[in-house]
Design a protein around this ligand. Structure first.
Ligand SMILES: Cc1cc2nc3c(=O)[nH]c(=O)nc-3n(C[C@H](O)[C@H](O)[C@H](O)COP(=O)(O)O)c2cc1C
Length: 314
């Protein structure tokens, strides 16, 4: 079965479920553009998730699902809500979805965990995952250690379920590269931050547009919860304190509510502006449908060109 048949989409693309950002409206705009839209349940409580799912159903006939962060305190309830509401796609992050797998499979839900390593990929395949979102550390938000380039082929070789590449994809060249690495589709986050429909504060969007290739930084590397964000005052202070050996409590002063500060208040100095390394190639705010269509425009040409380059190198 092709990935677009599995996802019931026109494009082999999943919108990353971004906590506090990926609302029903945003997910529906992606679904209406022919890709899989996700409601990011990370920053929600259970009753809000149910409302968002119901709103998404009203807004689109296309494919949408839910991204569940497994450390969410209400995740048990949320795991039931996706079944009760007839959600067809669930992606999971930050933990092991094993205890929900039987009921989700029984409900016919397509389950796609996000994985940062071969070991976790194999474990998720054994648990019955339908596909894997294999995310490299170029990505915005919470990340693992390995790059997309190194990780995707290793996972693709180790499992027999479909692999979807994530992290560092914002152009047709990177989509083409993902296919070369063994993926059958892609998940993107950062390039969709710069969309007309993305509900983040205008200051956040402008910061993404302004960012250069080297303008992201990883906070929490030492403490074990690495997060890629745009460099700003908060990020620099955080990393400096981290290097001095500050305690978790001292560091929390910087990150407490910081994503909300960025998303809702547009506080570009103290907010956590999660974004990936491809921020440097995002230069304008466009409609979601245009961003997605352009990611796939000319992919075959890029692959042909690569073939010519290779043949000429011999
Ligand atoms: C602002 C932001 C918030 C994110 N929040 C989540 C989240 O709540 N859950 C999740 O699984 N992934 C999250 N991610 C990761 C995305 O789902 C996606 O895998 C990633 O953005 C892909 O890499 P890219 O940023 O290079 O496009 C987030 C990414 C960004 C940029």
């Amino acid at each position: 079965m092709s990935i677009t048949t599995l996802l019931k989409t026109r494009y082999p693309l999943i919108q990353g479920g971004m906590a506090n950002i990926a609302t029903a409206e945003f997910a529906a705009s992606v679904a209406n553009a022919g890709a899989l839209g996700l409601i990011g349940a990370g920053g929600m409580n259970a009753s809000r998730l149910r409302e968002e799912i119901r709103r998404a159903k009203e807004l689109t006939q296309g494919s949408f699902g839910v991204n569940l962060m497994l450390m969410n305190p209400e995740v048990d309830e949320m795991a039931d809500i996706v079944v009760e509401e007839g959600v067809r796609f669930v992606t999971t992050g930050a933990g092991n979805p094993g205890k929900y797998m039987a009921k989700w499979k029984e409900a016919g839900i397509v389950v796609m965990p996000v994985v940062p390593s071969v070991a976790l990929a194999k474990r998720m395949e054994r648990l019955g995952a339908d596909a894997l979102i294999v995310e490299g550390c170029e990505a915005g938000g919470h990340i693992g250690e390995l790059t997309t380039m190194a990780l995707v082929p290793q996972v693709a070789q180790a499992v027999s379920i479909p692999v979807i590449a994530a992290g560092g994809i914002a152009s047709n060249r990177q989509v083409a590269a993902s296919f070369c690495l063994g993926a059958v589709g892609v998940q993107v986050g950062t390039c969709l931050l710069a969309s007309q429909e993305c509900p983040i504060h205008e200051n956040y969007k402008q910061a993404v547009l302004k960012a250069k290739d080297t303008d992201t930084i990883v906070t929490g590397r030492i403490g074990g919860t690495p997060v890629r964000i745009l460099k700003n005052k908060m990020a620099k202070q955080y990393v400096a304190k981290e290097k001095e050996g500050a305690s978790r409590e001292e560091l929390e002063v910087y990150t407490l509510g910081s994503l909300r500060k960025a998303v809702f208040e547009g506080n570009v100095d103290e907010g956590s502006l999660m974004a990936g390394q491809v921020s440097g190639m995002v230069h304008e705010i466009r409609p979601v449908a245009k961003i997605i269509a352009e990611l796939f425009e000319g992919v075959d040409h890029v692959l042909e060109e690569a073939k010519d380059v290779y043949n000429n190198s011999k």
